[in-house]
Design a protein around this ligand. Structure first.
Ligand SMILES: [Zn+2]
Length: 147
């Protein structure tokens, strides 16, 4: 138990800050909007199955349109968020061989896992260089001896 806590503390300490956070914040917000649109589409799909009427069809078509539009916007925003170390796209899986330290949440790929991790914990791991980043860490802070 103690060794596990020490390992976790070490992982926390290794998380780096990001100087230009804006691209990551915008990409995370766009991805969150897309995921909410997917939930809306699934809800409208269930409503359509239960009550196949013209208003539920219109709601389903509208939510599908929003889901597609938000995916297109989110794709370009995730592509614009570049890793400060390796200049890769950690929020968008390219199919390249991931780093041995890269983490992912099955059944999602590395890009979606990084986006979900960023939305819920403000931290993510770059799948190309294996470096861990923390959006809440102050990038202007001077490095301490224990960093
Ligand atoms: Zn990287």
């Amino acid at each position: 138990m103690m060794a596990r806590k020490n390992h976790k503390d070490k992982m926390e300490a290794k998380a780096r800050s990001i100087r230009r956070k804006r691209a990551f914040v915008v990409a995370g917000a766009a991805a969150a909007v897309h995921y909410l649109c997917l939930v809306a589409t699934a809800t409208c799909g269930v409503l359509f199955m239960l009550h196949p009427r013209i208003d539920t069809v219109l709601a389903l078509i509208g939510s599908l349109g929003l889901a597609v539009a938000s995916w297109i916007v989110g794709y370009f925003k995730r592509r614009a968020a570049l890793c400060p170390l390796c200049n890769g796209t950690p929020l968008l899986a390219s199919g390249a061989l991931p780093h041995v330290k890269a983490v992912w949440i099955p059944p999602f790929n590395h890009g979606v896992s990084a986006v979900l991790s960023m939305i819920f914990t403000q931290r993510f791991t770059c799948m190309y260089c294996g470096c861990r980043f923390d959006l809440l860490k102050d990038s202007n802070r001077r490095p301490q001896a224990d960093d």
